[in-house]
Ligand binder design. Structure first.
Ligand SMILES: [Zn+2]
Length: 414
């Protein structure tokens, strides 16, 4: 299908579109005055929805698709459709056209040089990690993925994308309500769907200040490849990473864990599919305000085991920190029941890349080698959790990896 025919595809699915109007869509028919002509008002509403959605899709943005390439004006939806991964850097260039995030990277690369290569070469918390792993179970992820995929889509500019964010916010607050020291905040974005950040303070605040934060991340938005406001359950991309993190957080807190020497943050990013927009905004804000991050680990697609293949953990080796990635392999060998396999994703593959750009060591674990990932279903209505290749057992492996990453780096406070 040519990109120019996309609005027609949307019109054919007008009913679905009406239920997922952009957050900025025109008023609903009953708010307009068309006398007693409901068909005219309904038509007007449909047309205005289509117009604002089409404007959204056909507005060019400054994108970057390779590390050594200058940003250029392109269409994010078309790039997604072609399978090209990209940063949308429109809001992150200075007056001279320089990438503000990269400028931060140069600064932090000199000042943090010693710190960034110091990750453990052996595991130290086997007993504590084991106690958390004993608390990890399928019931939470099953219930959470059913609720999280019940929204028409989680597109970052749609009304249902805002509603799914509100659901996630309430869920994170519910899980963290067991400890009054934990804060849950919305990181506000201008497009409607906010990122969510849960902060768990270390028992030794002085050491935490010195060491910097430990961050684990996933993205909450989903998108339909044909037209972004159409249904997109996103059960794997990235509903799986989202429920992976919810279960990791729940099991850690259920085990009485508190970090000892680093503050820990769970990030649920908005607008990854828009060109890493949410994570870029968060990473830039942290870099500009001098908030130190010691390590960041991303979880994007954790559920799929391709029929006829054995379960593995894909370890992404490009646009990551080699030192932190080596530590990630150590965790997989020490704590999981399946092997790791190195794989590459290309530039701007997921939100970890925003942190790499500002000089924070990042790692990224994924459901398989890139070639065996869920590439046929993602960004379509088929990205559900009800098919044979969607594995909750696999999701739990990543919850174990996330909790082990956190405990081994942030410790266990009394
Ligand atoms: Zn994703």
């Amino acid at each position: 299908m040519k990109v120019t025919s996309l609005p027609l595809a949307a019109a054919a699915a007008g009913v679905a579109l009406l239920s997922t109007q952009p957050a900025t869509a025109s008023p609903l028919p009953h708010q307009l005055s068309f006398g007693d002509s409901p068909s005219l008002s309904t038509t007007f509403s449909l047309l205005s929805s289509l117009t604002s959605a089409s404007l959204d899709v056909f507005t060019p943005r400054l994108v970057q698709t390779a590390h050594d390439e200058a940003p250029y004006w392109g269409f994010p939806h078309y790039l997604r459709w072609k399978g090209v991964r990209f940063f949308d850097v429109t809001d992150h260039l200075d007056a001279n056209g320089q990438d503000v995030l990269l400028a931060h990277s140069l600064l932090s690369a000199t000042s943090n040089e010693k710190k960034t290569s110091s990750f453990p070469s052996k595991l130290s918390y086997q007993k504590q990690v084991g106690s958390v792993h004993a608390n990890i179970s399928e019931s939470g992820p099953r219930a959470n993925i059913a609720a999280f995929t019940s929204f028409t889509n989680r597109y970052y500019k749609s009304g249902s994308g805002k509603q799914s964010q509100q659901w996630l916010l309430a869920k994170v607050k519910e899980i963290t309500s067991v400890d009054e020291n934990i804060t849950v905040e919305e990181f506000e974005h201008p497009w409607g769907q906010n990122s969510i950040i849960a902060k768990i303070p270390a028992t030794d605040s002085k050491a935490a200040e010195e060491n910097g934060r430990i961050v684990v991340g996933s993205h909450q938005d989903s998108v339909n490849l044909i037209f972004p406001y159409l249904p997109a359950p996103g059960a794997d991309d990235d509903g799986s990473g989202t429920v992976t993190q919810l279960e990791s957080l729940r099991a850690l807190l259920a085990s009485g864990w508190k970090p000892s020497h680093s503050n820990v943050e769970f990030h649920f990013y908005s607008a990854e599919e828009g060109g890493l927009l949410g994570s870029q905004a968060v990473a830039r804000s942290y870099a500009e305000s001098g908030k130190k991050v010691r390590a960041m680990s991303q979880f994007d697609m954790t559920a799929f085991i391709k029929a006829g293949t054995n379960a593995t953990i894909g370890v992404i080796t490009d646009v990551v920190s080699p030192e932190l990635t080596a530590f990630n392999r150590l965790l997989i060998e020490g704590y999981l029941d399946v092997p790791w396999v190195d794989t590459q994703l290309g530039y701007a593959g997921s939100d970890h890349a925003s942190w790499t750009k500002v000089g924070v060591p990042s790692a990224f674990s994924v459901e398989a080698t890139f070639g065996d990932c869920n590439l046929k279903r993602i960004h379509t209505t088929s990205d559900t959790f009800t098919h044979d290749e969607y594995s909750f057992e696999h999701i739990l492996r990543f919850s174990r990896l996330s909790s082990a990453f956190i405990i081994e780096l942030a410790g266990w406070g009394k």
